[in-house]
Design a protein around this ligand. Structure first.
Ligand SMILES: Nc1ncnc2c1ncn2[C@@H]1O[C@H](COP(=O)(O)OP(=O)(O)OP(=O)(O)O)[C@@H](O)[C@H]1O
Length: 309
């Protein structure tokens, strides 16, 4: 295997995945840059796990092409050992101890770090002699994380693995992930519908919505795209005219509108003169607005919904 230090990239070209009548992914084209931490975000059922499963070569797409480090991963002896896909459900040998599971995985992963595995086992207080079937949900998730991070695979996909962890364990996971990523650059994909906690980790963001790509962008520019505009109703209405309005709330004569689209030169001065306050929008809020099923059109401006009035 030619594991690079900067990780493997992923490309999907016109990928469709059907399960009978269900179209889980619909003509998806996107790139995951090598050597980045990418957030694979989307509401329940949006197709995140399906996409991850295709990249990990668990199945072949109904149509389109999946490329991992430039090659089709399906039954690919070079690529498959370099892709580590950890699901919350956990793909472990339930009748074997954690220690035996670690031995099994390390044998299949040339990049596996026993040192990091040991550190993480201690951090999450996992006893090597225990069997996965005897672990609590949180400890099971933690063990998945041990396998995922210690594998140091050039492409690691962690699918909702942190959801079962309590808050201290989640923060320990985020810190360890960042520290290890800094020392051992690779491609990490974190799938989640809970964004507030992981957003500080993300360099790139892919948002899926009902099987389609809604956003694929670097996190910094996506953050800069969301602007909260607050002030007197008429002034705000004039200021946001021609912009993509994601949501509007009214409180008496004051209106708070969330718009998508980076500020342009002169906006800050114009806002100040009109008595308008401009502020950032958390990625989580932007995600909620973008994936709102009542939202029409991804790029056009729209009038506030009735419910907003
Ligand atoms: N094996 C399957 N058979 C039939 N339908 C499936 C199968 N796996 C997924 N689906 C359907 O495909 C769609 C996408 O599911 P997927 O699990 O990929 O979404 P997700 O974004 O990972 O969801 P969640 O956040 O709830 O885990 C859903 O409508 C789901 O019901």
């Amino acid at each position: 295997m030619t594991a690079t230090t900067t990780g493997w990239g992923v490309e999907l070209q016109g990928v469709t995945q059907r399960y009978g009548d269900v179209v889980a992914l619909d003509d998806v084209t996107l790139t995951i840059r090598p050597g980045t931490i990418t957030g694979l975000l989307g509401r329940n059922g949006s197709g995140k796990s399906t996409l991850a499963g295709l990249v990990a070569a668990f199945r072949r797409p109904t149509a389109g092409r999946v490329l991992v480090d430039g090659e089709d991963p399906w039954e690919n002896e070079r690529v498959v050992p370099g892709v580590c896909f950890v699901r919350e459900s956990g793909d472990v040998l339930d009748d074997y101890s954690l220690k035996d599971n670690l031995a099994y995985v390390s044998g299949a992963r040339p990049t596996f770090s026993h040192e990091l595995a040991g550190e993480l086992m201690d951090l999450f207080e996992l006893e090597p002699q225990r069997k996965p079937s005897k672990l609590s949900r949180g400890k099971k998730s933690a063990f998945g994380i041990v396998l995922g991070l210690a594998s140091r695979a050039p492409l690691t996909i962690l699918d909702e693995v942190h959801l079962g962890l309590d808050a201290p364990s989640r923060y320990a996971f985020y810190d360890t992930l960042l520290a290890d990523y800094a020392e051992h650059p690779r491609t990490l994909v974190l799938s989640s519908h809970l964004i507030d906690e992981i957003e500080r980790l993300l360099e790139d963001v892919v948002v899926l919505d009902r099987g389609r790509v809604l956003v694929t962008q670097d996190a910094e520019s996506l953050r800069a795209e969301g602007v909260s505009v607050t002030g007197p109703a008429t002034a705000v209405q004039e200021f946001v005219a021609g912009r993509e309005v994601l949501a509007t709330q009214r409180l008496g004569g004051t209106v708070q509108t969330t718009v998508r689209g980076a500020l342009v030169e002169g906006d800050v001065r114009r806002a100040r003169e009109a008595g308008i306050e401009l502020g950032p929008v958390p990625l989580q809020d932007l995600f909620v607005h973008l994936t709102d099923p009542n939202r029409t059109g991804a790029s056009s401006s729209r009038a506030p919904r009735e419910a907003d009035r």
